[in-house]
Design a protein around this ligand. Sequence first.
Ligand code: PRP
Ligand code: URA
Length: 215
Amino acid sequence: MDTSKAFPTLRVVTHPLVQHKLTILRDRETPTKIFKELVEEIAMLMAYEATSDVELEKIEVDTPLETTNGRQIAGKKMTLVPILRAGLGMVEGIYRLVPNARIGHIGLYRNHDTLEPVDYYFKVPGDAAERDFFVLDPMLATGGSAAAAVTSLKRAGATRIRFLCLVSAPEGVRRLAGAHPDVTIYTAALDRELNTQGYILPGLGDAGDRLFGTR
Ligand code: PRP
Ligand code: URA
């Protein structure tokens, strides 16, 4: 994983499998079915990195031969929180790694004119203060959606929050890190910039539309 002097809370997942799959994801010719599978796979590989420091506790386990010491993830269940819609594409891959995770949902869409997020849904487990939250969204563009999602989670009591995205723009990382310096941001790529419509360049286009075949 790479860190960045400009963005101390940013971690770029440089694993060759992630970078290989991301390149196919960017390709405009990649069809919806493959796009969806790749988002799941990259999310799973990124989650492996993003969970590398979660707390473990000792537990005794009976093998068929004897009792030994094992480790299990400590505390309350991890909670995945996709930002609707596109974040949904990242849930399944991570859920396969962490099958006892809880899943919350945050509904946000960008107003096309102002590029500011409009929220329409929020549901997470009640005991938020005791959980590790993983907010999921493939795209961190202006950072408005991500920052708003984290603000809502904190309002609900969350204190331990990580943000996972596939592609990020410097503008978005700056905004999210500025508003929430306690949130580590995991990304597969830090791209060059935003265009005037708020799309990431070079990016991969509209993640929601490519995932769900809408336009
Ligand atoms: C996209 C993306 C993020 C947001 C990023 O969602 O999935 O949620 O834009 O942009 P920002 O960093 O400038 O806020 P969109 O609003 O298109 O909604 P959708 O997932 O329902 O398509
Ligand atoms: N949302 C997307 O889906 N893609 C972008 O490039 C920016 C925001």
